[in-house]
Design a protein around this ligand. Structure first.
Ligand SMILES: Cc1ncc(COP(=O)(O)O)c(C=O)c1O
Length: 335
């Protein structure tokens, strides 16, 4: 048995503190407990196995992926076990922790500017170009049908084996999770949790992409519809601010003992809103916790007690600084 067998079959936990006064329980699938630390382990394994089955991968081949970080880490795991090399293109806005981890685990990381999809320097365009130029295998999570398929065949059925949800709530990066789970659980109301600033929610509601704005939550939202995202499956949207996402992530840490990343906060914030609209006789609201807190150690939102204000970070750290160091010195000593 290899470590790849440990991917999936994650626990579905009830958010007992956060859900205390809601008419129905909120259940969250602990995807941060996958061996590579995120929900993307599932698609990394599925994409590589699908390519192997089609004889599209020769031994020792180089994989290339445009990634917010998590798919790269999942692919690093699969590449290590199966003997492939890995190159990742990653937008500069993504956390340094993910880049450092990818490099440590053996991937070559190409940082690209935070450019829109139409720009040649956008991380997805750079990956596509490098695949063509160097003969790398483009794992292509945004277009690869193996991505939603693995969620339809594993994530969704794993939920159904435990409960019959009234609603399933998730953010969309590629749309693989939302699309696959929605196909597996056609009876559930499917709700998109979208960061304010993303254009996906506007597209669902109006059929046109809305105004693009900046936001800090990583891995979800966007300014174009990925081809694996079947938008027709979405019944409703909830727009969530960075503040609400990060405040909810902190509640998950401190009230539930779930040490998750920012997009888990977005998902749970939206799930709370959805649960409020349910009747007591309805089934639970289910969502996913895509990755863990430790991916975001370097991000101000994950280091401060008050969320988004980085100026508070030294205050928060200095109380624990060693050797009586104060202010910036104390912070530096702790780095
Ligand atoms: C942290 C995080 N959360 C959520 C998602 C969204 O998952 P999906 O690509 O299946 O829509 C991603 C995807 O990149 C992610 O990195």
């Amino acid at each position: 048995m290899s470590v790849l067998e440990a991917i999936g079959r994650t626990h579905l936990v009830e958010l007992t503190a956060i859900g205390r006064d809601l008419p129905v329980p909120i259940l969250a699938k602990c995807e941060h407990l996958n061996p590579g630390g995120s929900i993307k382990d599932r698609i990394a394994r599925a994409i590589v196995e699908d390519a192997e089955a089609r004889s599209a991968l020769s031994p020792g081949a180089t994989l290339i992926e445009a990634t917010a970080g998590n798919t790269g880490l999942g692919l690093a795991l699969v590449a290590a076990v199966r003997g492939y090399r890995l190159v990742c293109t990653m937008p500069a806005k993504m956390s340094a922790d993910k880049r450092i981890a990818l490099e440590a685990l053996g991937a070559r990381v190409v940082i690209t500017p935070n450019a829109p999809p139409s720009h040649p320097d956008n991380f997805r365009n750079v990956a596509r170009r490098m695949a063509e130029e160097h003969g790398y295998f483009l794992t292509d999570q945004f277009n690869n049908p193996a991505n939603p398929r693995v969620h339809e065949l594993t994530t969704g059925p794993e939920i159904l084996a435990v409960v019959r949800p009234s609603a399933f709530v998730a953010g969309v990066g590629t749309g693989g999770t939302l699309t696959g789970v929605a196909r597996a659980i056609p009876s559930a109301r499917i709700v998109l949790a979208d960061p304010i600033g993303s254009q996906l929610a506007d597209f669902i509601e109006t059929g046109a992409l809305g105004g693009d704005g900046p936001y800090l939550v990583e891995g979800i939202g966007g300014s174009e519809i990925p081809s694996v995202f079947d938008t027709k499956l979405v019944h409703a949207v909830e727009r969530i601010s960075d503040e609400e996402s990060f405040a909810t992530a902190r509640r998950l840490w401190r009230e539930e003992g779930l040490f998750v990343g920012g997009s888990a906060g977005t998902n749970v914030a939206a799930a709370i809103r959805v649960a409020r609209t349910m009747r007591r006789s309805d089934g639970p609201v289910v969502t996913v916790l895509p990755d863990g807190w430790d991916r975001y150690r370097a991000q101000p939102w994950a280091r401060t007690t008050n969320g988004l204000d980085p100026s508070r970070a030294p205050q928060a750290f200095v109380r624990f600084a060693p050797h009586g160091l104060e202010g910036d010195e104390g912070v530096a000593a702790l780095r």
